[in-house]
Design a protein around this ligand. Structure first.
Ligand SMILES: NC(=O)c1ccc[n+]([C@@H]2O[C@H](COP(=O)([O-])OP(=O)(O)OC[C@H]3O[C@@H](n4cnc5c(N)ncnc54)[C@H](OP(=O)(O)O)[C@@H]3O)[C@@H](O)[C@H]2O)c1
Length: 319
C-alpha cells in the first residue's frame, strides 16, 4: 500500500510503498478513504512534538470502510475509562503509533464509530481530533449553554472552527477573531454574530464597544494577546485553552481575580466525549468545513498550506 512515513524531523515525509498491515488478534483492517491534517502533524515534521519515532505513518484523523461499514476513527490511544482524566500511557494516533496517512490501518474495532450518513468521507475525516478537542473545551470545560456569549479566538484554526459550529448549534451567541476579514465573514455566514481582527492594535477595546463582554473564550493562541481575552471576559467567564501557538501567555492577575475568571486547560477528549461529539454532529446535521482536498502523493503541498495558516476549515488528504 501507499503510505506517508516520518523518518526524522526537518526532513520531508516520504511517500512509499510499504506492506499492508496485518491485523493483530482482535484488530480489523480499515481501508482509509480520507485523512485530515492537524497542526500537530506540522509540529511533528518540525521536531516540535514530544516522543517522535522514525518510520511511523503520521495522521490522527481518518475515515474509511471495513466490511462494508463506513467508519470514523477515534484517534485516542488508551484514554482509559475515566472521562475526567486520561491514562498516563495515553497517546494520539499517528505518533508514536502508525496513523491514518496510508491506504490501510490495522486497528481495534473499539476505535471505530459509524460515519453519520449525511457526511462525505472527506467531511468525516475532518472531524475526529479537532472535533473532540472542541467538544471537550466548549461543553465539558467551559460548560457552554444556549444563550451564552462565546468568543472563538483565531476561527481559522481547525479546532476553533468546530468550536464555532458547535456553539452556534448549541444556541450560543458566537463571536470570532481572525487575522483575515474573509474568515470572519465566513464564520458570520455559518451563524456567528460578529468578529474582530486580532491583528489590529487595541482590537479588544473596539470589540467590547461593539459587542460587549463574553461568558466563554476558546483559545489556542496564548502569547501576548492573552490579556486582551481576559479584558473581554464578563464576571465568572470561563476560558478553555488547548494550545499555545503564540507561545507563553502573560497573565495580568488583576484581570483574573476581580472577575473570578476560570481558566481551564483541555486536551483532546475521552472516548465517551468522542462518541457524544459524533452524535452531536449527527443530531444537528453539521457539516465540517473542508478547506481543500489533496491527493496523498501531494502531501507536501497540504502541509505547506497548513503551515501558512491560510485555510478556513480542514485540509484533507484523499487516499
Ligand atoms: N490540546 C489539544 O488537545 C490540542 C488539539 C488540537 C490542537 N491543539 C493545538 O492548538 C493549536 C491549533 O491547532 P489547529 O490544529 O486547530 O491549528 P490550525 O488549524 O493550524 O489553526 C491555527 C490557527 O491559529 C490562529 N492563530 C494564529 N495566531 C493567532 C493569534 N495571535 N491569535 C489568535 N489566533 C491565532 C489562526 O487563526 P486565523 O487563521 O483565524 O487567524 C490559525 O488559523 C496548535 O497549537 C495545536 O498544537 C491542541
Amino acid at each position: 500500500m501507499k503510505a506517508l512515513i516520518f523518518k526524522e524531523a526537518h526532513a520531508p515525509l516520504e511517500y512509499l510503498d510499504v506492506d499492508t498491515p496485518t491485523p493483530a488478534t482482535g484488530e480489523v483492517l480499515v481501508k482509509i478513504k480520507a485523512g485530515a491534517l492537524n497542526h500537530r502533524d506540522v509540529w511533528i515534521t518540525k521536531g516540535l512534538y514530544p516522543g517522535l519515532r522514525p518510520d511511523v505513518t503520521p495522521g490522527s484523523c481518518g475515515a474509511g470502510t471495513v466490511d462494508g461499514r463506513d467508519v470514523i476513527i477515534n484517534p485516542n490511544v488508551d484514554w482509559g475509562t475515566d472521562t475526567l482524566k486520561r491514562n498516563a500511557s495515553y497517546t494520539i494516533l499517528g505518533m508514536p503509533t502508525n496513523g491514518t496517512f496510508a491506504e490501510y490501518i490495522a486497528i481495534n474495532p473499539d476505535r471505530l464509530v459509524d460515519k453519520p450518513a449525511h457526511l462525505s468521507m472527506e467531511e468525516a475525516a475532518a472531524l475526529p481530533l479537532a472535533g473532540v478537542t472542541a467538544y471537550r473545551a466548549l461543553f465539558s470545560k467551559a460548560r457552554c449553554q444556549a444563550g451564552d456569549k462565546v468568543l472563538i479566538n483565531g476561527v481559522g484554526g481547525g479546532v476553533a472552527l468546530f468550536a464555532c459550529q458547535f456553539a452556534i448549534a448549541a444556541g450560543a451567541d458566537v463571536y470570532v477573531t481572525s487575522s483575515k476579514q474573509e474568515k470572519i465573514d465566513q464564520a458570520i455566514a455559518l451563524g456567528a454574530k460578529g468578529g474582530a481582527l486580532y491583528t489590529e492594535p487595541k482590537w479588544s477595546k473596539s470589540f467590547a464597544k461593539q459587542f460587549g463582554t463574553v461568558d466563554i473564550v476558546i483559545d489556542s493562541a496564548g502569547g501576548d494577546g492573552f490579556n486582551e481575552l481576559l479584558k473581554l471576559c464578563s464576571p465568572h467567564a470561563r476560558i478553555a485553552t488547548y494550545g499555545g501557538t503564540r507561545g507563553t501567555a502573560k497573565v495580568e492577575p488583576s484581570l483574573l481575580f476581580w472577575k473570578e475568571i476560570e481558566i481551564y486547560g483541555t486536551t483532546m477528549g475521552s472516548d465517551t466525549e468522542f462518541e457524544a461529539m459524533v452524535d452531536f454532529v449527527n443530531e444537528h446535521k453539521l457539516h465540517p468545513v473542508v478547506d481543500s482536498v489533496y491527493a496523498l502523493a501531494d502531501h507536501a503541498e497540504a502541509y505547506a498550506h497548513m503551515d501558512a495558516g491560510k485555510q478556513f476549515g480542514k485540509i484533507v488528504l484523499k487516499m
